[in-house]
Write a protein that binds this ligand. Structure first.
Ligand code: ATP
Length: 345
């Protein structure tokens, strides 16, 4: 297979398993974001792909060649890691040309490549500037260009945008994705920012406790989370316990929900209902009945908090679809099978 394969990769630090039996295929030219809470093992996994850590067991295969024991500098990688800062005493051009210079690439070719990369990162004309005169976003673009100078097979980035302010980070996410698509380079980014992952990735890999909980497209992860952890970690959701009654019907908060089935062999599970899928109705038969406790009007969206006998559900709507309800009002929440994702607990 062309691309990267992680075959049952495990990393132990003493008796602690930081990465646990990870199996993943990253097809050539795709963009993967590894996402998960602090300590879930995403950086350790990236470091093993980079050759900065060695797996305790398992294999890393790049374009069909086993690179598990190959040193970093022979892996044909471009890396943007926080620990690999720009050289402060060199100019923008010298920084970008550095990997070419140490490989003995001819001066003229270096210059041509630097100009090409500067144009790609929208910094044409900046070659002679000292890097310490650049803004945070510009510096990060130069780090990206330096990593891409040798046209690597694999581009690895560890929290590349986390030092930037929110607006710039959002703009750079789009830029990074466009650059990756333009180059068609296989790219793996570690992030803890789910919006960043959803913006850039073909495949989002959600990790927890050293294991992959789900690897799928952003929309699949959002719409069809594999388990309760993924549903709760990606976006906001309402999680409700669901159980089978004596007749085998699925019941939520004492109310049978037509058309929703529990997973085979289980009598208890959880349903995830995204806030934008919660439809408020008049209270009555066929709905979960509750009371509006709070309305948060954020301008672009309105969040209506509903208390269902001690369980809180949040409904999100646009101003145009604003529910005609007030705080204290009795309402019904209608659950339909198409909005409920049934998850194992
Ligand atoms: P963060 O988002 O906080 O960087 P992460 O998901 O990248 O977290 P890792 O840095 O991969 O997590 O760490 C995974 C686990 O392995 C953590 O519990 C960490 O303490 C542990 N760990 C990482 N490196 C070492 C090491 N060299 N020695 C011992 N334990 C380590």
């Amino acid at each position: 297979m062309s691309g990267l394969a992680l075959n049952t990769v495990t990393k132990q630090f003493g008796s602690f398993t930081a990465v646990d039996n990870v199996q993943l295929n990253v097809p050539h030219g795709t963009f993967v974001c590894m996402l998960g809470p602090s300590g879930c093992g995403k950086t350790t996994l990236l470091r093993m792909i980079a050759g900065l850590d060695t797996p305790t067991s398992g294999a890393i295969v790049l374009d069909g060649a086993d690179i598990t024991a190959t040193p970093t500098h022979k892996r044909d990688l471009g890396m943007v890691f926080q620990s690999l800062a720009l050289f402060p005493h060199l100019t923008v051009g010298e920084n970008i040309a550095y990997p070419l210079r140490i490989r003995g690439v001819a001066k003229e070719t270096q210059k041509k490549r630097v100009d090409e990369l500067l144009s790609m990162i929208h910094l044409t004309g900046y070659a002679d500037r000292p890097v310490n005169k650049l803004s945070g976003g510009q510096r990060q673009r130069v780090a990206i260009a330096r990593a891409l100078a040798i046209s690597p097979k694999l581009f690895l980035l560890d929290e590349p945008l986390s030092a930037l302010d929110a607006k710039l980070r959002e703009a750079m996410q789009v830029e990074l994705r466009q650059l990756q698509q333009q180059l068609g380079i296989t790219t793996i980014v570690v992030t803890h920012d789910q919006r960043e992952a959803m913006t850039m990735a073909d495949t989002v890999v959600v990790m927890n406790g050293g294991q992959i909980r789900q690897a799928a497209s952003p929309i699949e992860i959002y719409r069809r989370p594999a388990d309760r952890f993924v549903a709760d970690f990606i976006g906001s959701t309402n999680l409700l316990d669901i159980e089978a009654d004596s007749a085998g019907r699925a019941v939520v908060l004492g109310q049978a929900v037509e058309g929703v089935a529990l997973p085979e062999g289980l009598t208890k599970a959880t349903i995830s209902v995204r806030p934008e899928d919660v439809h408020l109705t008049a209270p009555g038969v066929g709905a979960l009945n509750g009371k509006v406790t709070f309305i948060r009007d954020l301008g672009g969206t309105i969040e209506t908090f509903v208390d269902l006998s001690g369980t809180q559900v949040i409904a999100v709507s646009t101003p145009r679809e604003r529910p005609a309800v007030n705080v204290g009002q009795a309402v019904g929440v209608k659950l339909t099978p198409d909005v409920c994702v049934v998850l194992k607990q």
